[in-house]
Design a protein around this ligand. Structure first.
Ligand code: ADP
Ligand code: FDP
Length: 433
């Protein structure tokens, strides 16, 4: 039997506010993940206030405006082959609710941060850090806690799911062709970044949803243990959507694993870091065939748009998630009868490569009965963020200094003057305030 996660959702699902309860929202992933013949599951949905909807894609705010990206294409990207799990033998029936008792832990890091703050770079570094079992032996750092744990992080399977790559792949033959056409014919670059125009935000949301559901597909198929969702996730609405998808996954009795979400916010507001990062972005896949001047101008425009919409992570988002997930549990009488479907969740940040101390706003929560492995992994991520400056930040700092201060040949001088002209004082002021 195939089950599929739907990415089509109603306005209320996409845009409801963070402090609403999971128990009062509809989640299409949760609903569609359940076999319709399973009356006990239907009972569960009713009991926690979830109602089945015949979700029509035409009503969805996420309906793609590009004819090349239909809702059918989108849902086919997210089907999960669940043939082995329609009647899990390891499940028990409680309160008319089947729960697989042996669901193992999985981890999803939800990156957030403006473009070019270093999210993709830091995602790779985090994996490098976690994989490296002999890490502390090669540094002068004191392990923050007992590392002689039974969990060998070098054996975990890691994967980064980058929404930008999904966008580039899916729009390769459609949007980009159109834009390149206008570029060639009119020598007019102004439409190139249309997907970042707020009026096209639904397209962008679709790419992010496809990315997230690819990630969930891989987790449920046991292809990955530690997944990083690499997107800006720069609005509260987006993060709310992502967290609820993960929560719905956990709540679905037919899901194979329990996911712990970990939000990792990356902030970078030092002018030289911003300039250097934009310079490097101007050579990425979006701009490989574009002149330097165009690439920097276009990317700086994109960054400014993102900045105007960015909402930093607030503790209320975390608290609402905990409250909502705890509420679900309390719907069961007595509450302890409800088997644990959440392990833990956390929020960490890295500000200016760890030069600025961001540890005062670190959040961790472990649910009752959380096993040791999720605690261990979350603590390891915490130690990565706390020690980031020593681990990777200093090295990057030296590279940036070198870039601005040495080897000034003609070509580099030209690029620096373009950079200075575009990323000027006024521009920096507009994105830093
Ligand atoms: N922490 C970092 N360490 C090393 N290089 C970095 C770091 N942050 C950013 N950079 C540089 O800036 C560029 C853009 O960073 P990237 O990780 O792609 O940002 P994002 O994923 O947030 O858009 C990278 O290509 C890299 O050259
Ligand atoms: O949907 P959001 O969260 O904005 O994130 C995805 C977008 O982030 C960007 C921001 O520039 O990432 P990336 O640099 O990794 O390619 C875009 O490419 C991508 O479309």
């Amino acid at each position: 039997m195939m089950r599929s996660f739907s990415i089509n959702s109603s306005d209320s699902e996409l845009y409801s506010m963070p402090n609403d309860s999971l128990s009062s929202c509809s989640s299409s992933a949760f609903i569609k993940g359940l076999p319709q013949t399973n009356t006990s599951s239907t009972h569960l949905m009713t009991s926690i206030g979830l109602t089945t909807s015949n979700n029509s894609s035409s009503n969805s705010p996420m309906t793609p405006s590009s004819p090349n990206l239909s809702s059918t294409d989108l849902s086919s990207n997210m089907s999960i082959n669940n043939s082995t799990n329609t009647n899990p033998s390891s499940s028990i029936k409680k309160n008319n609710f089947y729960v697989n008792q042996q669901r193992k832990a999985k981890f999803v890091v939800i990156l957030m941060g403006l473009p070019a703050t270093g999210k993709s770079t830091i995602a790779s570094q985090l994996i490098e850090y976690l994989k490296s079992s002999s890490f502390y032996a090669n540094t002068s750092l004191e392990p923050p806690f007992n590392c002689s744990s039974p969990f060998d992080t070098s054996k975990l399977r890691y994967e980064i799911y980058n929404a930008g790559n999904v966008r580039r792949n899916l729009s390769h033959n459609t949007l980009y062709e159109l834009k390149n056409k206008s570029f060639e014919n009119n020598n007019n670059h102004s439409n190139y970044s249309d997907v970042f125009d707020p009026k096209n935000s639904l397209q962008k949301e679709n790419f992010a949803r496809i990315t997230l559901h690819n990630l969930l597909d891989d987790i449920d198929a046991d292809k990955v243990d530690f997944a990083i969702f690499d997107a800006t996730n720069s609005t509260t609405k987006r993060r709310h959507y992502v967290l609820r998808q993960l929560s719905s996954y956990n709540l679905n009795p037919y899901s194979n694993f329990i996911i712990s979400p970990i939000v990792l916010e990356i902030k970078c507001n030092h002018p030289n870091f911003i300039k250097f990062n934009i310079h490097n972005k101007s050579f990425n896949k979006d701009y490989f065939d574009k002149p330097y001047n165009f690439s920097v101008t276009d990317f700086s425009k994109r960054l400014k748009t993102y900045r105007s919409q960015y909402s930093p992570f607030k503790q209320i988002e975390f608290d609402s998630y905990i409250e909502a997930t705890t509420n679900v549990r309390s719907l069961y009488t007595p509450p302890d009868e409800f088997l644990n479907v959440y392990h833990g969740c956390a929020y960490f940040s890295i500000v200016n490569l760890g030069i600025e101390n961001s540890s005062d706003f670190n959040l961790k929560h472990f649910y009752k009965d959380c096993p040791n492995e999720p605690k261990f992994i979350v603590n390891l991520i915490s130690s990565f963020t706390k020690n980031y400056n020593h681990l990777f930040g200093k090295h990057y700092f030296n590279i940036v200094n070198e870039f601005f201060n040495t080897n000034i040949n003609m070509e580099k001088q030209e690029k620096l003057s373009v950079l200075d002209k575009i990323i000027n004082k006024d521009y920096l002021h507009s994105i830093l305030t």
